[in-house]
Design a protein around this ligand. Structure first.
Ligand code: BGP
Length: 473
């Protein structure tokens, strides 16, 4: 017998500005690092960009209408910094704010709780040029100023705020595989940029408290538990390493304001630990989040990796099963294939139990409520002639993950809500538009006429029932 979901559970869904909005240079919007990065040949799948995306900027009313009809309780979206302050630190662009005023009002009018993400990877290009973006300490002030504008404007309207989305992903992919902007491969710079991003994260949370904003704030962290391939002690050690270096290294800082000892000593030994200045630790400690936002997609399975072993390997961004390569950190761990789970066409392990484990670990190590800010299945969908999409695989995926959440609730974990990734189909940063996540199908074939017609998938109707029955469907 499982416990029921709390009465006020937030059944939601999510998106991010660059992935849905389009209107990349409309109404005074400035250029972000992603607007620039996608222009570099070979960086994204077949050169896809978010210039038009799914045109949410012009169709937000239609999209909110679909949400309302479905009974959605919460919608997580991000604000594009470059709409609000086009060059990052200069004039405020009223036109950009108006878009979010309208979106938020529309949501509230339809009883949908807005969940606002301050930063989903699109730092202004001007700040990248000026001081290296996340590598410049000035970003702490500039990001706080931007956040403060939104805090004050939407105080009382928006009750749930996400500070940084997946700091671990935008930093590691940006500085260790050159896969995200700024397209660098340099571990020392990565750790330094990361430290500054942590300070910026803490600074906005601290400001939120000082301003006494009515609501809750926390980061969204990409976490999937690590398994060892078997019980060999060295493989167990590899799994422990992966947890320390890829999870505690961030979450410990968010919650306790300090780096985990093992990873810190390791980086110090290599001479690449970040430069901590006086006052940093105090700031980190002052920025404790109200909840942990959890983005969960998959678990990792690892084995020991010798000092001359594999480094970063190729990711599968083509959607051709089995094309990802082994990857790891020499001396610490390397990825291996879990023989017990199925994988998606992009080689992501499908593992609902991993979500329950993730939630229990966060609960016992950090003792914070959890808001699941992303979870979903990227897949190929087929639009039938009659306008239906039979995505039973997605229903199956989400259903099992909801059960895992209910198990975690039964275990005693405090969960505020569940946002699926994503609401409509949208741009997958590196995988183009063919990797679909939405409840709502967007037909990009008709891009020429800028039709971008929306169709309800089977999962749309199914999730409606989940919401109606508070998760008992
Ligand atoms: C998360 C991001 C999202 C989204 C999702 C799916 O890391 O926060 O923005 O993109 O992953 O990933 P992908 O698009 O690579 O399939």
């Amino acid at each position: 017998e499982r416990d029921s979901f709390p009465k006020d559970f937030l059944w939601g869904s999510a998106s991010a500005a660059y992935q849905v909005e389009g209107a990349a240079s409309e109404d005074g919007k400035g250029e972000s690092v992603w607007d620039r990065f996608v222009q570099i040949p070979g960086k994204t799948f077949k050169g896809t960009t978010g210039e038009v995306a799914v045109d949410h900027y012009h169709r937000y009313k239609e999209d909110v209408q679909l949400m309302a009809e479905q009974g959605l309780k919460a919608y997580r979206f991000s604000v594009a910094w470059t709409r609000i302050i086009p060059d990052g630190d200069g004039e405020v662009n009223e036109k950009g704010l108006e878009f979010y005023d309208n979106l938020i009002d529309e949501l509230i009018e339809h009883n949908i709780e807005p969940v606002l993400t301050l930063y989903h990877w699109d730092i202004p290009q001007a700040l990248q040029d000026k001081y290296g973006g996340w590598e410049g300490r000035q970003v702490i002030q500039d990001f706080t100023r931007y956040a403060e504008i939104l805090f004050k404007r939407y105080n009382g309207k928006v009750k749930y705020w996400v500070s940084l989305n997946e700091q671990n992903i935008f930093i590691t992919l940006g500085y260790s595989m050159a896969a995200h902007p700024p397209g660098v491969t340099d571990t020392k710079r990565m750790l330094q940029a990361n430290h500054i991003a942590s300070l910026a994260n803490a600074a906005v949370i601290k400001r939120f408290k000082e301003l006494d904003i009515r609501g809750k704030i926390g980061p969204s962290f990409a976490y999937g538990p690590t398994y060892a391939i078997d019980s060999h002690p060295e493989n167990q050690m590899a799994a422990q390493n992966n947890e320390e270096f890829n999870a505690h290294y961030w979450m410990d800082v968010y919650v306790n304001g300090r780096y985990p000892t093992v990873a810190w000593k390791h980086y110090e030994r290599l001479g690449i630990a970040p430069e901590v200045e006086p006052g940093d630790e105090e700031l980190l400690k002052a920025g404790k989040p109200d909840f942990m936002g959890l983005n969960y997609y998959q678990t990792n399975t690892v084995a020991a990796n010798p000092l001359d072993g594999v480094g970063f390997g190729k990711m599968n961004t083509s959607g051709k099963k089995g094309t990802s390569e082994e990857s790891g950190t020499p001396g610490l761990y390397k990825s291996t294939q879990n023989p017990y789970v199925e994988r998606t066409d992009w080689d992501w392990d499908i593992d609902p139990t991993g979500l329950r484990i993730a939630m229990r670990r966060i609960n016992s190590r950090y003792n914070l409520p959890i808001l699941i800010t992303e979870n979903g299945l990227g897949a190929y969908d087929t639009l039938e002639e009659d306008g239906t999409i039979h995505d039973t695989y997605r229903i199956d995926f989400i259903k099992k993950h909801i059960e895992a959440i209910q198990d975690a609730i039964t275990d005693g974990v405090d969960v505020m809500g569940y946002c699926t990734w994503s609401y409509t189909d949208l741009l997958s940063w590196l995988n183009g538009y063919q990797k679909r996540y939405g409840f709502v199908y967007v037909d990009r074939e008709e891009l020429d006429e800028k039709e971008l017609k929306r169709y309800k998938k089977d999962s749309y109707h199914w999730y409606k029932k989940v919401i109606e029955t508070n998760g008992e469907e």
